[in-house]
Design a protein around this ligand. Sequence first.
Ligand SMILES: [Zn+2]
Length: 493
Amino acid sequence: MWTLDFAREQAPTVDHLFRYAAQSLDAGYDTLGLYVEHAFDFPSVPWVSGKGSLNRDGITKLRTEFPSLKVVPFMNLLGHMEGFLNTEEGSRFRETPYRGMQGCPSNPEFVRFCEGLVDDTLSAFESELIHIGGDETWELGRCPKCSQRPGGAMALYAEHFGPLAERLVRQGRRPGVWGDIFLEHPEALAAMPAETLVFDWQYFGGLKDSSPKLSAHGHEVVGCPSLRSYDAAWFHLTDSETNVRAVSKDARDMGLAGVCLTTWECGLFGAYDTLLPFVAASRAIMDDPELAPSFLESCPDREWTRLLGVELNALGGVFGPDGHRHRLKSRLLLYGNPFLAWMHHREELSGETGVRALELCERALAATTDEARKGVAFFVRGAVEFVRMAEAAHRWYAQDEPEKAVRALSPMRHLFDTLETVARRSEDRIGGSIADAERCRIAKRHVETVIRRVQSFGRRELGYLPAFDVITHPHFVPHDQTCWWGVNKWGDE
Ligand SMILES: [Zn+2]
């Protein structure tokens, strides 16, 4: 099986779902996992489903059109509930005030809320397997109530998930859970029904160290590799293929219950359609981890793929694999201040690495006619160009040449217009992120604000010249020469 992450702003129509389902069957998958978190119209919590969420009608149509494909929901019922917790109604369930990704398992109202989500899911999906999540619950025991519960994090986790899994079993279903927290607290597995299927996600190696621990209480285990786009400018092709082969081989050798390929976070200009060839290639590897064709052999547009999936990553630095949500993408788009990308990557991208990355993008653009692949290349090129433009503007600004600085900043507006168009096309084509276009608009507005500031204060009208990182910062205030908003960081936490 493989899972599609719809929780990260993806907004698929029924036609998009059909396309994913058809490609899943064509590739030989018998099961498609829909990772939804909050992105589903749960009847018990009508306040949660944002625009573009999956709905029961879409699931019914999918089942009717593709009866041979099992469609399995992937929920999350403790950690990774940020989509619930950051709504007004859901904010009362947070384990950590004003932030975090986890609900409070000591709050009876939160437990009832999770039970409602389970019941909603049971009524919408007919699959035997229902995945109830449970990964990355790093906040366990943090709130005053939870910190006083006997047994600590292990007991909090077991006492939350055990009854929820039992609720599914009583309805004749099979619960699925992620394995990472059970690896930290193996005793918690004793609380899980025997039918529970444990998903051992290992994206950086095989399963030999982890899966035996997860099956110690007799539960069946599924090995989960990943196509790593979340920590790549586009995709770490070589590392992902190595991971899929290692997990598939270990799952076969250890006689595990199966393999579930995961794909995550196609927000921030990921495009699911550019990953589908590797979803298909992974299916062949699951059958024959040693001899199945390589990702590169299996894909169309091989030259484009090699340039942006192998050569770009080989430049290292911000383009290399580090397991972290991609730093350049995040800094360019997540914080309403694209100049963060300049602050952190100016040396790297203004130099040889930036030149080579731009060359690779140009060659990649010439190597494909496919809209999705061109969009990826436009985005990577745009991110690098932004940093280089900002550095050029900084140099002029520091030399008391504000007009020239403004001329260096001005093309950024067109850059974000272009990226907004790429994002809109991705929405139409594949149900891609509906937030990325908004991020581009916010970035463009901030660039315009910075241009006005440089025009107003770039000739030392304040008596001093604010540092370039200060005048480009959203918190900049004229005459606040000390930057109290920065010195006084506690107020912003
Ligand atoms: Zn709590």
